[in-house]
Design a protein around this ligand. Structure first.
Ligand SMILES: Nc1nc2c(ncn2[C@@H]2O[C@H](COP(=O)(O)OP(=O)(O)OP(=O)(O)O)[C@@H](O)[C@H]2O)c(=O)[nH]1
Ligand SMILES: [Mg+2]
Length: 207
């Protein structure tokens, strides 16, 4: 059972604030937020729902479900953000272009952003898009935590193996600010580790 730390309690009370499709529509850029990024269908919205114990974020079997930047409030100064997935081929080019630009401006301009959770399907880790994101985080000096999602789809040994491989590769190529863990939404596996990271990013004193 997960202990109810202040962060866990805040996550359990999370509520939807708004969807934005441009930077100007985002809630005021104050306090702190952690954004969930990753390929379409990787399990971002499912991870968010599992962490908040709510059906806040829409999930879908159809990739490309989350098309806007969705903001969830923990309290007045803390938020979680569900980003649109990247790399879904069937999205019309114009729309892809639109997201790409707004995702880029969100990532580069948002002052409140204190950490990125990069969600990857444990069976297909480190796609070119993922490594682009890792590159960006390294250049921006942005802490990044990798959730290897859908860990329930692999047996224990195979999951552990992937974890070790991804850990070793990111350590070599992307250095200090990256951490990695296994995660499963239906099994609620990896919750404590994910909460610990959010706690570290969101709960220290806000000046
Ligand atoms: N078995 C298993 N299925 C998962 C897990 N996480 C997500 N899924 C399934 O994967 C599919 C996609 O999940 P979403 O959470 O909607 O993925 P997303 O990354 O938000 O996708 P987009 O919004 O399209 O970018 C859904 O059918 C989920 O039920 C997991 O940990 N285990
Ligand atoms: Mg989604």
């Amino acid at each position: 059972m997960t202990d109810s730390t202040p962060l866990v309690t805040l996550c359990q009370q999370a509520s939807f604030i708004k969807s934005a499709d441009k930077l100007e529509q985002c809630p005021p850029d104050i306090g702190r937020e952690v954004a969930f990024a990753g390929r379409s269908n990787a399990g971002k919205s499912s991870a968010l729902n599992t962490l908040t114990h709510a059906r806040l974020a829409r999930t879908s079997k159809t990739p490309g479900r989350t098309q806007l930047i969705n903001f969830f409030q923990l309290d007045e100064l803390r938020r979680l953000v569900d980003l649109p997935g990247y790399g879904y081929a069937k999205v019309p080019l114009a729309l892809k272009d639109h997201w790409q630009r707004h995702l880029d401006s969100y990532l580069s301009e948002r002052q409140a952003l204190v950490g990125l959770v990069l969600v990857m399907d444990v069976r297909h880790p480190l796609s070119p898009f993922d490594t682009m994101m890792l590159d960006w985080a390294q250049r921006a000096d942005m802490p990044l935590h990798i959730l290897l999602s859908k860990a329930d789809k692999l047996n224990y040994g195979a999951g552990k193996n992937t974890l070790l491989q991804v850990q070793s590769r990111v350590r070599k190529e992307f250095g200090g600010h990256v951490s990695v863990q296994l995660f499963s939404a239906p099994k609620r596996q990896g919750l404590d580790e994910a909460y610990a990271k959010l706690e570290q990013w969101l709960m220290s004193e806000i000046s």
